[in-house]
Design a protein around this ligand. Structure first.
Ligand code: SF4
Ligand code: SF4
Length: 351
């Protein structure tokens, strides 16, 4: 246990950092939705302080609602002049309030799916993902639990593009799901186990997993795919013209790891790159959020869908499986022809 963090409390020094300046308010999607202080980063930190001091019980319904309503997108971090680590505070908040029986049922079910190694192995066995291989370099692909099940083509694209990368289908969960949903200890332990299983550099195709692994194992051990990719590329043509392509940032990749120029640099080579308005803003997927708070998740993505529609893109690129799922579903419902793909899948289409 961290000395600065008594059992069942926040890390005091992290709470103390906030100077209540309010610079984070315009960046916060839930504040944009409600216009209410309590749904803003500053408002939530005020609530955390009241919980810490005992002026409010942790069971307070209003406080619990705000811990749940927050997307965990960390858009409040890069704009904060005081360097408040809001993402860590939110993880601590959920660790305190969602512990044990209080954890939402959907989260319990998701934990069950990935906690047992045999269930994760079953996901690998049931999905046509890349095959096991031992390559010459010390770079290992992290397969991601849900990415390997929902989007098996991503690991296959990486396997084809990067023969120097090793692939081990028996690897387990990285623990990001746990850390973001009230089990910090479990999340850290799983990240360490994955770090031992995949020595050297861990290459991740999921922004959320990359950011979590990097926070536990250190930046030197983890590279997200667009950060790692160095080869120059030729444009992909459609009807005699370069494709029109846009990007949706991954919140944790951008706000947690500071990676956002790298995917754009790749896409600028692959076609006519079009910046999606508010690409840095959360798409509403936010890990388990789209399952837990489906209505709010749809409210967050609605303006984004309208903006993407106006751009008439051939491809919308994602760098995180949760975002891919959310965008695919929203664009399909809006009857749009724009294809949502992972950046590795698009690179694999280049001549
Ligand atoms: S979190 Fe940062 S930006 Fe927001 S009110 Fe506190 S100090 Fe200001
Ligand atoms: S993590 Fe996102 S939703 Fe939560 S307070 Fe920060 S900006 Fe707002």
């Amino acid at each position: 246990m961290n000395e600065d963090r008594p059992l069942g409390k926040f890390t005091q020094s992290k709470l103390d950092r906030c100077i209540s300046c309010g610079y984070c308010l315009p960046a916060c999607p839930t504040y944009q939705l409600t216009g209410e202080e309590q749904s803003s980063p500053r408002g939530r930190i005020t609530l955390m302080r009241a919980l810490q001091d005992g002026r409010l019980p942790f069971a307070d319904a209003g406080a619990q609602e705000q811990a749940s309503f927050c997307l965990g997108c960390r858009a409040c971090e890069p704009v904060c002049p005081a360097g408040v680590e809001y993402g860590v505070l939110l993880e601590e908040w959920r660790d305190i309030t969602w512990r044990g029986r209080k954890r939402p049922l959907i989260i319990k079910a998701l934990f069950q799916m990935v906690n047992a190694p045999w269930r994760v192995n079953l996901m690998s066995a049931l999905s046509p993902i890349a095959r096991n291989r031992r390559a010459s370099t010390d770079v290992h692909l992290a397969l991601g639990c849900f990415e390997r099940r929902l989007f098996p083509k991503v690991s296959k694209a990486v396997a084809r593009l990067a023969p120097e990368v090793s692939i081990d289908r028996s690897q387990g969960c990285c623990g990001a799901l746990h850390a973001h949903n009230g089990d910090l200890e479990g999340g850290n332990e799983l990240a360490k186990q994955l770090g031992e299983k995949l020595p050297g550099t861990i290459l991740s195709t999921a922004g959320g997993c990359a950011a979590h692994l990097s926070s536990v194992l250190g930046k030197d051990r983890v590279q997200e795919f667009s950060q790692w990719w160095e080869q120059s590329l030729s444009p992909i043509m459609k009807n005699g013209k370069p494709i029109r392509v846009g990007l949706q940032d991954s919140c944790h990749l951008r706000n947690g790891m500071g990676v956002f120029k790298e995917p754009r640099k790749i896409l600028q080579q692959l076609g006519e790159y079009v910046e999606v308005p508010n690409a840095q803003g959360c798409c509403g997927a936010a890990g388990s959020y789209s399952l837990l708070r489906s209505r709010d998740s749809k409210r967050v993505i609605a303006p984004k869908v309208a903006a993407i529609k106006a751009l008439e893109l051939d491809f919308l690129v994602s760098v995180n499986p949760g975002c891919t799922r959310q965008l695919k579903s929203a664009l399909r419902k809006a009857r749009m022809k724009t294809k949502v793909v992972h950046i590795a899948e698009l690179i694999a289409l280049a001549p």
